[in-house]
Design a protein around this ligand. Sequence first.
Ligand code: F6P
Length: 549
Amino acid sequence: MRQPALTTTATYQALAAHYIDVQPQTLRELFAADPQRFEKMSVDAAGICLDYSKNRLTTDTVALLTALARERGVERMRNAMFAGEKINLTEHRAVLHTALRMPRGKELTVDGQNVTQDVHAVLDRVKDFTDRVRNGTWLGHSGKPITDIVNIGIGGSDLGPKMACLALRAYSHPRLKMHFVSNVDGHDMDAALSLVNPETTLFIVASKTFTTAETMLNAQSARGWFLKTGTEADLAKHFVAVSTNTQAVTAFGIDAANMFPFWDWVGGRYSVWSAIGLPVALAVGFGYFSDFLAGAHEMDEHFRTAPLEENLPALLALVGFWNRQFLGCASLSIAPYHQDLNRFPAYLQQLDMESNGKRVTRAGAPVDTPTCPVVWGECGTNAQHAYFQLLHQGTDVTPMDFIAALRPTHELADHHDALLANCFAQSEAFMTGKTEAEVRAELAAQGVPEAQIDLLAPHKTFPGNRPSNTILMDVLGPHSLGALIALYEHKTFVQGVLWDVNSFDQWGVELGKVLAKNIQAELAGEPRPERHDSSTNALIAMAKSAQTL
Ligand code: F6P
């Protein structure tokens, strides 16, 4: 259905008018005016609590935002996605990562195919294979159990499994060391190969298309390195593939029996739940991998059935939309207060920015508002000692997502209280800030002379009133990680519907791929200066002359 331009709708205009009314009220004032603000502006589902009370909005704002979401068709599109309709219109594909975590026995038929049956048939193979590697009955060519797994993939075939393996470190098999090679930069592969022994290493070549240049070159290099000591016949014990492209996998020399398939209705950045999650299942075992899928499924069911007013992903999306559209915040900073989530911001960058970094609507018209903010971040407390200065006192307002677990998975005394204290203190400080009067009173109480107070006060004043969400779980584990990722997937989906963009293609990445191919040919052969500008020609010439050194 063709959508009217976002800003022309009556509800959007009502929100714009409402913004003018609410924006003079500070977060301090909003909290002071309503002692129940946290109760009203926090929701729990699938073991995750979202506290969005430290955002510059009121319950009226939420009512208008949910009305807008209904008008823009969020519920209709949500139902279409879950039902397997081809909502990825530019690639004419269904979007069914939710089917990857549906329990066995639930039926979903798309194009005459029982999708859940196919999913569970592959999961059975994943279980069998990962059990054998983990229990040491899958042996390398010289008869030794596998000790190292090298996942070769990029984008969605790297970020999800890498992030999840790190996040579930505490649940991992003690013998198996996980390595991830993604960059075409040979230093990446070189570093991994320097750590492993070909006799006890398993390579997973993970690529949805099995044509991605970086992954293909890395896979060829790994193969060449392996064949320095092993034979062609030994490859079957050391190379497996995850892909939708059986033909390309067999052409590469990996037996179809060693290939774990998935389907075109799984987007790369939504694929960690498919066989792309093989490194995760190897690391934590199939039981925990099933818990990971179950956590996501619980969030799916919540997203699918809860009214928007109580719907965690919808609320997270609507608050982010409010901050982007009306407060004009161009970036979103993610601060996991959990070291094992240290790749989570990078994972969210692809999820959000590759999905909603779009400038035309589903119908192809230019969007009439800004879309996806820049997503970035780093683990607390490290981030505090690096860039929080700018977030507290810089000229831009950057909303934050604080993410923490109430209980740790380690037994070290005192650390977790210190961590949580920092997390909660930061969101409080972003909200309250420190007024000039407070700074002056504090300095006066310390006996600082008046002239010195005049000098220091502007520097020590914090504007505060900076929006943040806090997302809490009991403990970071397979179930809560699954629910957390699904929360953000659906948040991205809802925002995409609000902006009316197709969140499931990524044409913007294709141009760079084509240009790189052309220049690579010139670096290997004759330069073609007529193709480029003077800067690119000079850079190519410098690289070519370095080849002769
Ligand atoms: O960066 C573009 C992209 O197509 C991503 O969407 C995808 O996750 C990545 O490349 C890797 O693709 P593939 O799994 O096909 O190698």
